[in-house]
Design a protein around this ligand. Sequence first.
Ligand SMILES: NC(=O)c1ccc[n+]([C@@H]2O[C@H](COP(=O)([O-])OP(=O)(O)OC[C@H]3O[C@@H](n4cnc5c(N)ncnc54)[C@H](O)[C@@H]3O)[C@@H](O)[C@H]2O)c1
Length: 246
Amino acid sequence: MKLEGAIILVTGGAKGLGLAIASYLEDQGATMVIADLDSVALAALPDSMGKHLLDVTRADDVKGVVKAIIEQHGRIDVLVNNAGVIFSEPMVNIMRPSELMHDYERFRKSITANLDSVFIMTSAVVEQMVLRRTKGSIVNISSISACGNEGQTAYSAAKAGVNAMTVTWSKELGRLGIRCNAVAPGFIDTVSTNDALNESIIKHIKSSTPLRRLGKAEEVAQGVASLVTNDFINGVVLRIDGGLSI
Ligand SMILES: NC(=O)c1ccc[n+]([C@@H]2O[C@H](COP(=O)([O-])OP(=O)(O)OC[C@H]3O[C@@H](n4cnc5c(N)ncnc54)[C@H](O)[C@@H]3O)[C@@H](O)[C@H]2O)c1
């Protein structure tokens, strides 16, 4: 698929990795539509991008926004499921004897934010792709945490689920002309990474990474663009982690 002229919806595209992906794809000639729940960040986006205030965990609202985009643009060629919330909590926290075990409500919340959201969004967009016979492409933003990251039971489980849905959909939807792939970033130099990790952990991550640095948001965007533009790539989870998880 050519990026030039493609109608691309990026969830959570108002900041962070999503914004880097949207800006990169727009530079290649795509028409960008952003759906995000951060109204302030949405308002700061360039006028060239479509903006929809949306919580992607709310199925009815998602259907309404997808309908509005279809009415405006006639189709959605690409969906980038980027919206997510990085969340860390160990299964057992011996430093917190009053609440030793992982809280179940927080587990559910993380699964909803990072896994249910991808199902809900993809369901609404693929329905329109099928009805309109769009030869579309879905790219899910996973994480190397899908392999099981210490201290991230819920987030790791959600991202492993995203990988499983990616492969399942690549098989089911491939015969309808819709490809589905994922990128699994490692540690990328973003505000969210720097908020979540202290300096000594970042130093340790860098020294454990064969390339000895964090990734750049634009490098994740380049990975997304490759998956969208190569029409024979389907069912791939592309690690972009400088070799950290080898
Ligand atoms: N930053 C990294 O190093 C890294 C590494 C691996 C994977 N990821 C994944 O990349 C994606 C983006 O992460 P980021 O670091 O840019 O985070 P971020 O917090 O900077 O940005 C996330 C964006 O998603 C939006 N969002 C969150 N929940 C939403 C919802 N329910 N509905 C609509 N919008 C919602 C936020 O408002 C925000 O604009 C996430 O899926 C994350 O798991 C990030």
